[in-house]
Design a binder for this molecule. Structure first.
Ligand SMILES: C[S@@+](CC[C@H](N)C(=O)[O-])C[C@H]1O[C@@H](n2cnc3c(N)ncnc32)[C@H](O)[C@@H]1O
Length: 271
């Protein structure tokens, strides 16, 4: 079922938790512009990343003209990591953020890539091995909505282009809050809405026509690459995301728009 067309950006209520005391099978959640049964979302997300894993890094670089590396570098700088820090890279995938972060935490620190999809992490292994800090990066397979680490056990948690994929984004942020030590920092890098109307118009054409076309030609799936712009559209805008982080208990919430707002980095701290 289509919930909105591409002229509409995020509307409150299109993502987040379903009403309480509601049987699972009747609850619909967004998967791009479709509304699907809640219980199907994890499986469909897994299949989506199985489809794109092998060419994920190549496509990211191609579709962003390489700019995603600059966004990731800026996002890591905003986290102000220190030598010795323990960092959780939630939805870490093929490990770009982890490889950048490990340089700052030095030989006494550690970065754990935590992702539900084995294939994505397998693609990241070569990158980890070439990072020069092979034994400072670990992979753990698990669900970001139920993180398998104790309370107060990390100095920083980060999520890059991953929180959009969760069934309950708020649960993901709550889990990141739980595993952080008091004073620990969170960083979230996500796609958002460009601010300049003309640029936004060009970006729309690129997102809804060029990206799915390249997805079809290069990865064999137009649908997988249509999910990208659609899921961006139903994702909260920066002020809404800041409010959610505050509600969860983070303070010192701030954000920075990158490339006219195509991507946004949020940072915040656990009290
Ligand atoms: C778009 S990729 C981002 C990868 C990486 N962070 C980056 O910046 O390139 C999103 C990742 O989120 C992971 N993911 C989706 N749902 C998840 C969940 N419930 N728990 C953990 N990881 C999940 C996917 O497997 C995928 O690797």
């Amino acid at each position: 079922m289509m919930i909105q067309n591409k002229n509409i950006w995020h509307k409150e209520g299109t993502q987040g938790s379903p009403p309480e005391n509601h049987p699972d099978q009747e609850i619909l959640v967004p998967f791009g512009f479709q509304q699907i049964p809640k219980k199907e979302k994890v499986g469909r997300t897994l299949r989506h990343f199985n489809t794109v894993a092998a060419k994920y890094d190549f496509m990211n670089t191609l579709l962003s003209f390489g700019i995603h590396y600059l966004w990731k570098r800026t996002a890591i700088e905003m986290l102000h990591l220190k030598p010795g820090d323990r960092v959780l890279d939630v939805c870490g995938g093929t490990g770009d953020l982890a490889v950048l972060a490990v340089r700052s935490v030095d030989l006494s620190g550690k970065v754990i890539i935590y992702d539900i999809n084995r294939k994505m992490m397998q693609v990241g292994r070569a990158k980890r091995n070439q990072s020069g800090r092979r034994n400072r990066i670990e992979f753990i397979q698990g669900d970001a909505e139920s993180i398998s680490f104790p309370d107060d056990s990390f100095d920083a948690a980060m999520v890059g282009f991953g929180i959009r994929n969760l069934t309950h984004m708020d649960l993901g942020f709550k889990e990141m809050h739980r595993i952080l030590k008091p004073g620990g920092k969170i960083m979230c890098l996500e796609f958002s809405k460009p601010t300049a109307p003309l640029f936004r118009w060009l970006y729309d054409i690129y997102s809804f026509h060029v990206i799915p076309f390249l997805g079809k030609v290069l990865v064999g799936s137009r649908q997988a690459y249509l999910l990208l712009p659609e899921s961006i559209r139903v994702f909260p805008l920066p002020e809404e995301l800041s409010a959610l982080l505050r509600d969860i208990g983070f303070h010192k919430v701030s954000y920075r728009r990158l490339t006219n707002g195509i991507a946004v980095v949020h940072v915040a701290e656990k009290r």
